[in-house]
Design a protein around this ligand. Structure first.
Ligand SMILES: [Zn+2]
Length: 235
């Protein structure tokens, strides 16, 4: 009796899970009803981006922007992991002499797009930007564990930016989503003459659509769940 009850419970989870999966767009990883693909336009910036995605982000993409960032930037790839020290793909890229690899990360010693030394170091090589996709504590952990990424020169922003909307529980409102970070970075690299003048205007548009969908779904869940205060837990 206990067994049957348990089995039924597992089956109900399975049906719920497969039901959700079938309604998902496999390109942008959003529900089909809120598919962002029509708004995504791939831009050829001449910069290679590697989105390092924490497995939690990869499989809980409710509010994540790593995938839509990768779809928005030509020559970008997603690599999933936590500690990239032994990652074959990451290490192959790091040892490729045609790239100048940097980590998009704050630091007093970080390059900014307008640093004259960045252009000198870059020379004729292609800029390769590693972007850690995840909430701030997860991103910090990934960098702390990945010895190869720690050694990289850092690249940060010339200006200060504030996220247009923070639906994740970030410690500060200034924490940008991955798509916002990459958009602002490309704009600065374009101004500095490092990135090609490709049109990246779809990136903030896609993000605003995601925020819009998120707010609608939060309003709907509030209506369904009653009048009590919402303690949204995304992580
Ligand atoms: Zn889609």
């Amino acid at each position: 009796m206990v067994f049957l009850h348990h089995n039924h419970f597992l089956l109900s989870i399975l049906f719920r899970y497969t039901g959700i999966m079938s309604e998902m767009c496999y390109r942008c990883f959003k529900p089909k009803s809120n598919c962002l693909c029509p708004y995504i336009k791939e831009a050829d910036t001449g910069v290679k981006f590697i989105i390092l995605m924490h497995p939690k982000e990869a499989f809980h993409q409710r509010t994540g922007t790593g995938r839509i960032t990768a779809l928005s930037l030509k020559e970008s790839e997603i690599i999933i992991g936590v500690d990239f020290t032994q990652d074959t793909k990451v290490n192959a890229l790091l040892s490729d002499p045609s790239y100048f690899p940097v980590l998009l990360y704050p630091g007093v010693d970080a390059y900014t797009a307008d640093s004259p030394s960045l252009k000198i170091e870059l020379g004729t090589r292609k800029l390769l930007v590693f972007v850690v996709d995840g909430t701030w504590p997860l991103a910090a952990k990934m960098v702390r564990l990945s010895k190869n990424l720690q050694k990289l020169p850092k690249l940060s922003f010339t200006k200060g930016y504030v996220s247009n909307y923070t639906f994740k529980r970030e410690p500060e409102p200034s924490c940008l989503s991955t798509i916002e970070s990459c958009y602002y970075l490309v704009k600065e690299l374009q101004e500095a003459g490092i990135a090609k003048t490709a049109d990246v205007s779809s990136m903030p548009l896609v993000f605003s659509k995601l925020v819009e969908h998120q707010m609608e779904s939060d309003t709907e869940s509030r209506a369904v769940e009653g009048n009590g205060p919402q303690h949204r837990v995304t992580k």
